[in-house]
Design a protein around this ligand. Structure first.
Ligand code: HEM
Length: 411
């Protein structure tokens, strides 16, 4: 097959894009995709070059705010006008304002604080796994992989755990447009859900302004933006909370599901991780490399430039294909092989590169670790429950993860 025979909108390609990625790396390291209307960059080095050059490749408006269905644009704009404007924050921002936000957030997400949360994470893991363990299995995504990261973030922010299902609806409403696979009706619904999200958190912000709590939300509200002698206003706070929920929720959810499937498919590795924490940590990195939850990141080109010698005009959109960079044979020997023993595991791009490197990397590694450690301590084996439909992927050109994943536990 040639490159032009593939489509990013084809669910088969979304599930297994690796043949396409190999062709792109070999033949078109910078490829104009008509269907995504952007340049696709699949090689490890070129991806790093783009992500490191934040002066040329901007994150503002690159990963949010887009309208996919022109027929829905009028209603979406009306809904957006009723809410707070979406302001650039961390992942959707560039220097010079990115730096102060990053510093402010880094203090709240310090390594010590994240490690100190681990007992809470383990408590949430045990609470969510219990019903599935008692029943001998279940729908792993909705019962465990989705609520876990959202419950951890909710716990940190000070949002009641009962609201996790609402948070899930809100984060879906943010990520589905990124995947570009939604109908005009659903796109309008997503805009309405975003308004609902904003209204809920405006209420929570007001409550904490009059009655501060011992939680991350109160700390965010009171934190001074470094060098600016002021605290964040409501649109900034909403952008921050949304990013923690989305960045923290979706990606970790998909990784937990993707990793479990790899462990089911590689039972000898599943056996080896029992009681071997170092091995388990390596397995998690290899899951992130081989089936990265964010397959691509968008950037907008601020001035005429080139990537790998290919001219790229100002105003173009670039999609760096992390999932392809992570299979680059020039960096990873036998890149298609799931090999937690490989020496250069840390070179994967799943958490991004440079300025925007993921702020939740430590937290999500700890969450995923607690999830598998608890699970494999309690079950002899995990099997796919084919009778209930096995697994199905979420349709997205952006994310790789399951919509549902039915499993059975042998205890
Ligand atoms: C397996 C789980 C995760 C993966 C694979 C992941 C991946 C990423 C990637 C690729 C980026 C870079 C985005 C870009 O350059 O455009 C990023 C940024 C970010 N992530 Fe994560 N993430 C994960 C979990 C989390 C968690 C748990 C949180 C926090 C609650 C979080 C918070 C953030 C934030 C705030 C940024 C923006 C940083 C900045 O722009 O300075 N992430 N993440």
């Amino acid at each position: 097959m040639s490159i032009e025979d593939y489509s990013f909108f084809d669910p088969k390609v979304q599930r297994e894009p690796f043949d396409l990625y190999a062709l792109l790396r070999a033949e078109r390291p910078v490829w104009w995709s008509d269907e995504l209307s952007c340049f696709v960059v699949p090689k490890h080095k070129l991806i790093r070059d783009v992500l490191e050059d934040y002066e040329t490749f901007s994150s503002i408006d690159a990963n949010s705010g887009m309208i996919i269905n022109e027929s829905a644009a009028g209603r979406i704009r009306e809904l957006r006008a009723q809410g707070c404007p979406q302001v650039p924050y961390l992942a959707t921002n560039d220097p010079p304002t990115h730096g102060p936000y990053r510093k402010l957030t880094a203090e709240l997400f310090s390594r010590d604080r994240i490690n100190a949360m681990q007992p809470d994470v383990e408590r949430i893991v045990a609470m969510l796994l219990k019903p599935m363990l008692e029943r001998g299995g279940g729908e792993f995504m909705s019962e465990f992989a989705e609520p876990l990261p959202l419950a951890v973030i909710a716990n940190l922010l000070g949002v009641p755990l009962e609201l996790v299902p609402e948070n899930k609806k809100w984060t879906n409403a943010y990520v589905e447009p990124l995947g570009r696979m939604l109908s005009p009706e659903r796109e309008i619904e997503c805009a309405a859900l975003t308004l609902e999200y904003q209204r809920y958190f405006i209420g929570e912000i007001e409550k904490r302004r009059s009655e501060p709590q011992d939680d991350l939300l109160t700390q965010l509200i009171n934190a001074e933006v470094p060098g600016e002698g002021r605290t964040m206003d409501v649109p900034e706070l909403l952008a921050a909370i949304q990013q923690f929920l989305v960045a923290g929720g979706e990606t970790a959810t998909y990784t937990i599901g993707n990793g479990l499937l790899l462990l089911i498919q590689n039972p000898s590795i599943a056996q080896q991780v029992r009681g071997d924490d170092k091995k388990l940590r390596n397995v998690i990195e290899e899951v992130l490399r081989t089936r990265s939850p964010s397959q691509g990141l968008y950037r907008i080109v601020k001035q005429d430039t080139e990537i790998g010698g290919v001219p790229i005009p100002k105003g173009s959109v670039v999609n760096v294909r992390i999932g392809a960079g992570n299979r680059d044979e020039g960096v990873f020997d036998h890149a298609e092989r799931f090999d937690p023993e490989r020496k250069n595991l840390s070179k994967h791009l799943a958490f991004g590169v440079g300025l925007h490197f993921c702020m939740g990397a430590q937290l999500s590694r700890n969450e995923i670790f607690a999830a598998y450690r608890t699970l494999f301590d309690q079950v002899k084996a995990v099997r796919l429950d084919e009778a209930r439909g096995g697994y199905a992927y979420f349709e997205s050109t952006f994310f790789m993860g399951f919509r549902h994943f039915h499993v059975l536990f042998d205890r």
